[in-house]
Design a protein around this ligand. Structure first.
Ligand SMILES: *[C@@H]1O[C@H](CO)[C@@H](O)[C@H](O)[C@H]1NC(C)=O
Ligand SMILES: *[C@@H]1O[C@H](CO)[C@@H](O)[C@H](O)[C@H]1NC(C)=O
Ligand SMILES: *[C@@H]1O[C@H](CO)[C@@H](O)[C@H](O)[C@H]1NC(C)=O
Ligand SMILES: *[C@@H]1O[C@H](CO)[C@@H](O)[C@H](O)[C@H]1NC(C)=O
Ligand SMILES: *[C@@H]1O[C@H](CO)[C@@H](O)[C@H](O)[C@H]1NC(C)=O
Length: 212
């Protein structure tokens, strides 16, 4: 057997307790896979294997929690547990006895971190309060803005920069009201929110960050 490539790079992946995560196999998508073997504890324990057209997932600890994509070799782990926090090895077998190993280190976090809100701009002009708020997260999540009940004015929210985890809200509303906007971070399974209370009165805008 030939060792085509012996790159020892470890791919780092993070997931959350109770959530799911995909461990990328790192396989070259242009090469066919004839067998895929995912293991833990330095090759000792196979947790998911695919060979001769058959998928095996025998190890009790991962029972009913694994989904193997036999085209890409990627392994999805569902309902993440704290002790899934391990280094995983994948052995990829290509035609002509070509083999390759890749390593993925999975970090399991307890929950999503609370997003942070900050004010980009605010003003009271022509009888309207105009504000723009930014919501950011340190996690790889989708962020979205929503006004709380009692706010029926139009608002815009969007992602100004595709490569950063930030959602910006723009809106204007009539003064002398208490208004709360909330930002929600989600990775598809888990959610974490943060609220921001704004009061725009007379000549000033008073804002109060609140945790939800
Ligand atoms: C796993 O086994 C392969 C050979 O089958 C070896 O090349 C690799 O170094 C082993 N990995 C570890 C972490 O021992
Ligand atoms: C495997 O991954 C490929 C590429 O991401 C995707 O197109 C395909 O639907 C996946 N197959 C399964 C069974 O999930
Ligand atoms: C962030 O999550 C998306 C979808 O869940 C995934 O495709 C992407 O690779 C992740 N990025 C990082 C840096 O983990
Ligand atoms: C977008 O965000 C990335 C990462 O935070 C940063 O490096 C880049 O300069 C930003 N681009 C713009 C146009 O703001
Ligand atoms: C506006 O909301 C803040 C924070 O919840 C509260 O302290 C304040 O009393 C409210 N003011 C009015 C006028 O409702």
């Amino acid at each position: 057997m030939a060792c085509v490539c012996c790159v020892l790079d470890t791919i780092l992946v993070a997931g959350y307790l109770g959530g799911s995560v995909i461990l990328p196999s790192g396989a070259d998508p242009t090469t066919k896979l004839v067998a895929i073997r995912w293991s833990i504890y330095n090759n000792v324990t196979f947790i998911a294997t695919f060979s001769e057209g058959e998928f095996r997932n025998k190890y009790w600890k991962y029972k009913d929690r694994l989904e193997l994509n036999t085209t890409t070799g990627d392994l999805e782990i569902k309902y993440l547990q704290a002790d899934d926090d391990l280094r995983y090895t994948v052995l990829l077998e290509h035609p002509n006895n070509l083999e390759r190993h890749n390593y993925v280190t999975l970090t399991v976090r307890e929950k999503l971190r609370t997003p942070s809100i900050h004010i980009i701009s605010r003003s009271l002009k022509d009888g309207f309060c105009t504000i723009s708020l930014s919501c950011t997260s340190e996690d790889n999540v989708t962020l979205s803005w929503k006004p709380e009940q009692g706010f029926s004015e139009r608002y815009l929210s969007g992602k100004p920069n595709q490569s950063s985890n930030e959602a910006v809200l723009w809106t204007s509303f009539s003064p002398n009201r208490n208004i709360t906007f909330s930002c929600t971070a989600t990775d598809g399974d888990l959610k974490e929110g943060k609220k921001h209370n704004l009061k725009c009165q007379g000549m000033s805008v008073i804002s109060h960050p609140k945790s939800s």
